[in-house]
Design a protein around this ligand. Structure first.
Ligand code: AMP
Length: 143
């Protein structure tokens, strides 16, 4: 079977991100594949926009900056090149699929569970990623 050429791993920057990234990095080494790292910042307006009439832009900027700093730490630790680090805004599953298609990745690596999905059999993001994926998906068992 052919090696994977380009792997996309998506992390939620929680403690569970470490085993996910570790596995993705090991797969990339084994397959001599390119490794891309993605984190998606979810807009506060998506979660609260309809309910609370307030301007989230300051808090959103702060969250974006924190995410950027945190993503840098993970990426530095695993020596992921600058142009392979992606910080996007939106719904995680939609952004994961979009970037995967844009980069023509042939494997997506996510955690089976993250911040949201601990109570579920398979985390909600992992489940959604699996459903719409046009390539292989590896759900690393965490939690
Ligand atoms: P969850 O749906 O929170 O259980 O998350 C399951 C997995 O989906 C995580 O381990 C990550 O691999 C991925 N994921 C969840 N949220 C994000 C996010 N905001 N950005 C990138 N990946 C995410």
């Amino acid at each position: 079977m052919a090696n994977y050429q380009r792997i996309l791993t998506a992390i939620d920057l929680s403690d569970e991100a470490i085993p996910v990234l570790q596995r993705a990095a090991a797969m990339a080494r084994q397959h001599q594949a390119e490794l891309h790292l993605l984190h998606v910042v979810e807009p506060l307006s998506l979660a609260y926009g309809g309910d609370i009439p307030m301007d989230f832009s300051g808090i959103q900027e702060e969250l974006q900056q924190q995410a950027q700093d945190s993503l840098k730490k993970y990426a530095d630790r695993y020596k992921i090149a600058d142009n392979h680090r992606h910080l996007q805004m939106g719904r995680p599953e939609a952004q994961i699929h979009e970037l995967c298609e844009e980069l023509e990745c042939d494997l997506i690596v996510v955690g089976s569970h993250g911040r949201k999905g601990l109570a579920l059999l398979l985390g909600s993001t992992a489940n959604a990623v699996l459903h719409g994926a046009k390539c292989d998906v590896l759900a690393v068992r965490v939690g």
